[in-house]
Design a binder for this molecule. Structure first.
Ligand code: BES
Ligand code: ZN
Length: 463
């Protein structure tokens, strides 16, 4: 490992300039105008996999954006790791709030700013570099490795389930490794063992059959924007609980042990509120902030629109109002079931003055991953070596829907080894990756591959 580690140390500049190149491709999966960039980004990753010595590199087309695959299977008897990540990124708007252009990665202080720096191109690249360092210096990896890097994570991984089903044999492995989450805080590495699920809905409310003059008609018609606002406001009660009947029915109760463990983590509501610029926090009564973030379900209005939002004033009583609403889910809630409950409730509370249309945009199941596994033991040891600190165990509020599908379809557990930070502005302007975590991540990844066979007690069949 010494040679590997000193190689990593002496190639930092090179890594940074390569990552800058990867981050310059605007691979925004949700926008049609970036379709070509999605292809270009998949190709860049495939070429890079080839360059670091991966075998059988393939770009698989899907009905959406392509999946990039590669493997290195020259370690007979050693465990096989399936590395998953995503090369797609979220849109950059509002663009004017970025300090430097989102696709021109820029170093400021100890951070690298760009869309995708943390979520998730930077974290994918961490593993590519550790593999390169091992291949260059040892001529081999200590484990077998398969990689799938997809292009639709940020839009719900719609075509990935079918891809995994179809390529079960190709993807066969002993465990999944994902770096698409965060450390607990700066200098505090962590192992994540829980993610929330998601049910994402869109509502369309129609009032009159056309936009109306608000003077001539105001007072006779229920404004759909007002009706929608009233409906959305009623989705929480005064205790911050979601009012949809049955919403909490399948929620797994937090164990005493887990609550006690969360309480031990360093966390200050005051500091958290200050960092986010709010005077007070909000959420379900009876639970701490970490409990609400990690282990309780929530409902958020992601966007609401309708009527006139252009320059100046226009006196109009709009015909339509819309909202996007997502619910974060926890075990044992099921995305499809919650989507149905939502639809039923929203239709029930819609006043007779409007007609309503509800659509499910996408969903994903919540995940809890085991922490008493050789994969996690190896990750703990690797983090200790890579960051010089013992990691702590945490859950996260975000979602990576494929985690549960890997378990269902391939029968394997995931190790969530995040190198991001909770305040890295993922999905918002000025996203960044902390460079200490970038280099620490590369060291940790190398250690992980090196440690895994030592912890892997079960004999592994040749794959
Ligand atoms: N990297 C995130 C997932 C994540 C966020 C993990 C925060 C841990 C903490 C991922 O890229 C993401 O944003 N996922 C989406 C999934 C959705 C589109 C189905 C999410 O959580 O909104
Ligand atoms: Zn994301």
């Amino acid at each position: 490992m010494e040679k590997v580690l000193s190689y990593i140390e002496s190639n930092k500049e090179q890594y940074l300039s390569e990552l800058t190149e990867l981050l310059s491709i605007p691979s925004v999966s949700s926008l049609k105008e970036h379709q070509g960039d999605m292809q270009r980004c998949a190709q860049w990753i495939a070429d890079h996999m080839e360059h670091i010595g991966m075998h059988n590199v393939k770009i698989f087309p899907t009905e959406g954006h392509p999946v990039v695959y590669s493997e290195w299977l020259e370690a007979p008897g050693k465990p096989t790791v399936l590395l998953y990540g995503h090369y797609d990124v979220q849109p950059v708007d509002p663009l004017n709030l970025w300090t430097s252009p989102p696709f021109q990665a820029t170093v400021r202080g100890e951070n690298l700013y760009a869309r995708g720096a943390s979520d998730d191109k930077g974290q994918v690249f961490i593993h590519l570099k550790s593999v390169e360092a091992m291949m260059k210096n040892e001529g081999a990896l200590p484990v077998n490795l398969k990689m799938i890097i997809e292009g639709e994570e940020e839009i719900g991984s719609d075509h990935l389930d079918a891809f995994v089903e179809e390529h079960k044999e190709l993807l066969k492995a002993d465990l999944v490794l994902i770096s698409d989450s965060s450390m607990y805080e700066k200098d505090v590495p962590s192992i994540c063992y829980g993610l929330r699920g998601l049910a994402y809905m869109e509502i369309e409310l129609t009032g009159p059959n056309r936009d109306l003059h608000s003077g001539s008609f105001g007072g006779s018609i229920h404004n759909p924007v007002q009706a929608l606002a009233e409906m959305i406001a009623s989705l929480h009660d005064k205790n911050g609980r979601v009012t949809i009947p049955g919403f909490y029915k399948d929620v797994r109760t937090l164990t005493k042990k887990e609550r006690a463990a969360y309480k031990k983590l360093p966390f200050s509501d005051k500091k958290y509120a200050k960092d986010l610029g709010v005077r007070e926090l909000y959420g379900e009564k009876g639970f701490t902030t970490l409990e609400r973030l990690w282990a309780r379900p929530t409902l958020e209005c992601n966007g609401i629109w309708g009527g006139y939002i252009g320059e100046g004033a226009k006196t109009v009583l709009p015909a339509k109002a819309y909202a996007k609403i997502s619910m974060r889910l926890v075990p044992d809630q099921q995305s499809a079931k919650i989507a149905k409950l939502f639809e039923k409730h929203i239709k029930k509370i819609a006043p007779k003055t409007v007609t309503i249309n509800v659509r499910t945009l996408h969903g994903g199941e919540p995940a809890i991953t085991p922490i008493d596994s050789p994969g996690v033991e190896a990750a703990v040891s690797a983090l200790e070596k890579g960051f010089g600190k013992k990691p702590l165990y945490q859950r996260e509020g975000g979602s990576i829907p494929i985690v549960v599908q890997f378990k269902k379809i391939l029968g394997i557990d995931t190790v969530l080894l995040g190198f991001g930070l909770p305040d890295e502005n993922a999905h918002s302007p000025d996203e960044f990756l902390n460079l200490n975590n970038f280099y620490g991540g590369i060291r940790t990844s190398a250690h992980f591959f090196n440690e895994l066979p030592k912890f892997w007690k079960r004999p592994s069949k040749k794959r």
